[in-house]
Design a binder for this molecule. Structure first.
Ligand code: AMP
Ligand code: MG
Length: 320
């Protein structure tokens, strides 16, 4: 069992000796270790059972700290960082040699981000090293948006979890690359494409439906609960033997044929930001519901954070 609390000094002490701490961010909870300590970085991969070819995001306190780990910050990256840091935006930039190949899985870019959460920002400004932190869940499973989710899945392998309450955004960060200084969205996430385009103009969005991705955040089948989850449109209702065994994760309206207690609405008020914040909680809740063995779901409007939600729904329902 990990200790859960809000003690920055304790978190700092554990991290400084190479240990791991669960940290709150506005996106999801992170499994954090000293990004400059190879032993800490290696244990992040082990604890998550994450393949070594899936690079980690490096979290820093501010733009100045970011600058000390990258060779250059292209103009559009600067504009985006100015506009959205701290926030759910990760920039892929050419790394300096002070970032080890373990962190970047041998790539010559490093993913950097300034997270927006009072506790974690306070922690970062108190450390003299950056934090490598992937989502604090076992590889491939639903990301944690509360301290108790981290405790439930990784508690036995962690010393401490900083409890910052429920994550406000609830989706992983939006990742942008800058090959030839052209911003390109590599992973849809908690910062909408519309917001990004207001700052840097139209951006390309990488096609993720690859079975040989640049990195597993982009894997076709990912973010999946343990139970079978299918799109409403692919679900054959005539095959239902017992409606109590069917759950539903839906946007703003209940399925009229299924029991309400088996359903989780993302946002009764049709608010996509609220839906984003509740998506992983919904997947987790239905996954743990004792009677349910199949979860049906559906896409939400494909705008704002709806695009990132739909991306996660696509991956959660993809056949591996
Ligand atoms: P997570 O922290 O679990 O949300 O996952 C981090 C994700 O960031 C990875 O799965 C990759 O998709 C992406 N990523 C991190 N570093 C790089 C990099 N250097 N190049 C490309 N993608 C990266
Ligand atoms: Mg993850």
């Amino acid at each position: 069992m990990a200790e859960i609390g809000q003690d920055i000094a304790q978190a700092k002490a554990i991290l400084s000796k190479g240990g791991l701490v669960g940290i709150p961010t506005e996106t999801v909870y992170g499994l954090a270790g000293n990004a400059l300590n190879d032993r800490a970085v290696t244990s992040i991969f082990q604890v998550k059972n994450r393949p070594s070819f899936d690079p980690l995001i490096v979290h820093v306190a501010d733009m100045n700290a970011a600058a000390s780990f990258v060779q250059e910050i292209p103009e559009p990256a600067k504009r985006l960082a100015d506009a959205f840091w701290p926030g759910p935006l990760t920039l892929l930039l050419k790394k300096k040699s002070n970032i080890s190949d373990l962190v970047t899985s041998g790539l010559d870019t490093v993913a950097v981000r300034v997270p927006e959460h009072a506790l974690t920002r306070q922690l970062l400004t108190n450390l003299n090293f950056p934090l490598a932190a992937p989502s604090a869940n076992p590889f491939g499973y639903v990301s944690p948006t509360k301290a108790e989710h981290v405790e439930a899945q990784l508690g036995s392998r962690l010393e401490y979890i900083l409890d910052g309450g429920a994550c406000q955004v609830g989706l992983e960060s939006t990742i942008i690359s800058f090959a030839h200084d052209q911003p390109k969205v590599m992973r849809l996430g908690g910062l909408s494409v519309e917001a990004i385009e207001k700052v840097v103009g139209p951006v390309e969005i990488a096609n993720h439906s690859s079975s040989k991705p640049a990195a597993p955040g982009m894997l076709k089948s990912h973010y999946a609960p343990k139970k079978s989850i299918v799109l409403k449109s692919d679900f054959d209702r005539s095959s239902i033997e017992n409606i109590n065994e069917i759950g539903a994760l839906l946007y703003n309206q209940y399925d009229e044929y299924l029991p309400k207690r088996n359903q989780f609405l993302l946002s009764e008020n049709s608010d996509l930001n609220e839906a984003a914040a509740r998506l992983f909680l919904g997947l987790r809740t239905l996954d743990q519901h004792e009677n349910i063995n199949t979860i049906i779901t559906d896409f939400v409007p494909n705008e704002g954070l709806g695009r990132a939600i739909n991306d996660r729904i696509k991956r959660a329902t993809a056949k591996s």
